[in-house]
Ligand binder design. Structure first.
Ligand SMILES: Cc1cc2nc3c(=O)[nH]c(=O)nc-3n(C[C@H](O)[C@H](O)[C@H](O)COP(=O)(O)OP(=O)(O)OC[C@H]3O[C@@H](n4cnc5c(N)ncnc54)[C@H](O)[C@@H]3O)c2cc1C
Length: 498
């Protein structure tokens, strides 16, 4: 992927695009891959960096959702379990099978959760990735070495998928790009254009790096802007009612010593009625998440003190050596875009299924859903695009389409920091082949340094900015500005004061 070549293609194009997608998160990137692999001319524009929104801030699970099973949302669980097996097949380099253990402190819990997970297995059917089973106290402790032992009677072992969200995102975009999709980050849509009949026939965006304005013609526009869907819908219909409501979720990242195991801990019921996961991730421990109704969607949301306390307190109920505030290596928050289905409903009970809306001018909005179901969401959106715009219908092919990983490089390279698993070559690769433009793109989303250890990420920021400046032919001022703005950004990922 190369940004300047992609910009040149956009400038040279005189024909309308078959499909233009707004938003470079999981949903929009999935749409770009789906549309390009069907043979449609496809453009995707993202206002910040790819994955800057919710799609970099997930719990990193490719799952049916045990929680949705408890809510009785059988069709959503089945669909997600099917998508899980498609992803394990198509992207095995980034999605893997993960063992989870639900600890049980009574016989009743063993029976209840043991039965629940058998239903989960059954719903997966031939897509199941490993049978769940009730395990003994000893086996539970072997899986979860730092678990509280008092009154522990055993556990339930089950399997789900785990991944690195932005790594998969970049690989989806790379595969889409290889199939002919043109993808641009730092391209902010400012307006939609319409023909004499009031039908959308294109859009205007700004290259936020240069300020240059572009107007592109399109047979169809898909709005895949997640939590930002309503402002884009209002570009089409100023009077459109808001359909999205927001729920924030945060995660805390700790040293692996708090769960020195390859298995994950699943806490099936917290004081707010949710589940909480403690998951090994890139040799760290990630704990989350919360579900807090928030009024507005920020592109860079901030964890609330109450959310941090809730995670620390819940983890402390289950772990013998308890992580404290001082142990937090990184904090990240994300906003769930939930489609409203009624007024006065708690956000945690709103549907995680996806929704498709088409307004009078033909703007397609695809939103809600989960990372796990991004492929299915894209299929539905592109089917709809073909149905309403007169582009020739073509069959979706993504079910059997491998998602390509980064090319293998043998470059010997120095590690950036003893506490981070990244090298100088990773930085060069991100700039040369993955369209990283800013320091936070490399430290937050091409590598996951900021999400793993915010302090270490700050410590390497100047070195990384200098490597990037050499690659991008930028001067010292650029380096200084990038380092300063990264330090500013990283403060909300850093350990809060006790
Ligand atoms: C805390 C949390 C944990 C989660 N955990 C999981 C999980 O473990 N597994 C799972 O399957 N799902 C999970 N999810 C859900 C999943 O992360 C989301 O459903 C998914 O990432 C939404 O992707 P999206 O592309 O719709 O939105 P986003 O990723 O937010 O992408 C929308 C993009 O649109 C861009 N945009 C907005 N306006 C414009 C404009 N005018 N011009 C150009 N671009 C624009 C934004 O910058 C943004 O990048 C979780 C969600 C949260 C919040």
């Amino acid at each position: 992927m190369d940004r300047s070549s992609n910009l040149k293609i956009v400038k040279a194009r005189t024909e309308p695009w078959d499909i233009v997608i707004i938003g470079g998160g999981a949903t929009g990137s999935g749409c770009a891959l789906d549309a390009a692999s069907r043979g449609y001319s496809t453009l995707l524009v993202e206002q910040h960096d790819f994955g800057k929104g919710t799609s970099s801030r997930s719990t990193k699970l490719i799952h049916g959702g045990v929680r949705y099973l408890r809510q009785g949302n059988i069709s959503l669980v089945r669909e997600a379990l099917r998508e899980r097996s498609i992803l394990l097949k198509n992207a095995p380099h980034v999605v893997r099978k993960q063992a989870f253990v639900i600890p049980c402190y009574s016989l009743w819990q063993k029976v209840f959760y043991g039965f629940g997970m058998k239903v989960y297995d059954l719903l997966a059917g031939r897509h199941n990735i490993g049978a769940s089973r009730i395990i003994s106290r000893e086996e539970t402790l072997r899986h979860l070495p730092n678990l509280k032992e008092q009154n522990l009677s055993g556990g339930v072992l089950y399997y789900d998928g785990q991944f690195d969200d932005t790594r998969l995102l970049i690989d989806i975009l790379r595969t889409a790009n290889e199939r002919g999709a043109v993808v641009l980050n730092y391209a902010k849509v400012a307006a939609l254009t319409k023909d004499a009949e009031g039908k959308i026939n294109g859009l205007e965006f700004e290259d936020t790096e240069t300020g240059e304005k572009f107007s592109v013609a399109a047979k169809c526009v898909i709005n895949a802007t997640g939590a930002f869907s309503d402002p884009v819908r209002k570009m089409s219909d100023a009077g459109a009612k808001n359909i999205i409501t927001f729920a924030q979720g945060i995660h805390l990242v700790f040293d692996r010593k708090f769960l020195p195991s390859d298995s994950a801990l699943m806490i099936p019921k917290t004081s707010d009625g949710r589940v909480l996961f403690c998951i090994p991730w890139h040799d760290h421990l990630m704990v989350g998440t919360t579900d807090t109704a928030v009024e507005t969607a920020e592109i860079e949301p901030h964890a609330l003190e109450s959310e941090i306390d809730f995670i620390l307190e819940t983890a402390a109920e289950y772990l013998t050596a308890k992580p404290a505030r001082d142990d937090i290596l990184s904090i990240f928050a994300g906003i769930r875009p939930l489609v409203k289905n009624a007024s006065n409903v708690k956000t945690s009970s709103l549907s995680r299924g996806h929704d498709l809306f088409v307004d009078a001018s033909g703007l397609i909005t695809i939103t809600g859903g989960k990372w796990t179901t991004y492929r299915r969401m894209a299929e539905d959106a592109v089917d709809k695009a073909a149905a309403i715009t007169g582009v020739a219908p073509r069959k979706c092919v993504t079910e059997d389409l491998p998602i390509t990983g980064p090319p293998h490089t043998d470059i010997e390279s120095e590690r950036l920091h003893p506490d981070l698993p990244y090298t100088q070559a990773d930085v060069m690769h991100a700039v040369r082949f993955e369209m990283a433009r800013k320091l936070e793109d490399v430290l937050g989303r091409r590598t996951r340094a900021l999400f793993l250890n915010a302090q270490a990420a700050v410590e390497v920021s100047r070195k990384v900015a200098e490597i990037m400046a050499a690659e991008l032919r930028k001067d010292n001022d650029w380096t200084n500005t990038e380092v300063a703005s990264f330090e500013d950004l990283s403060s909300s990922y850093s350990r809060p004061f006790a």
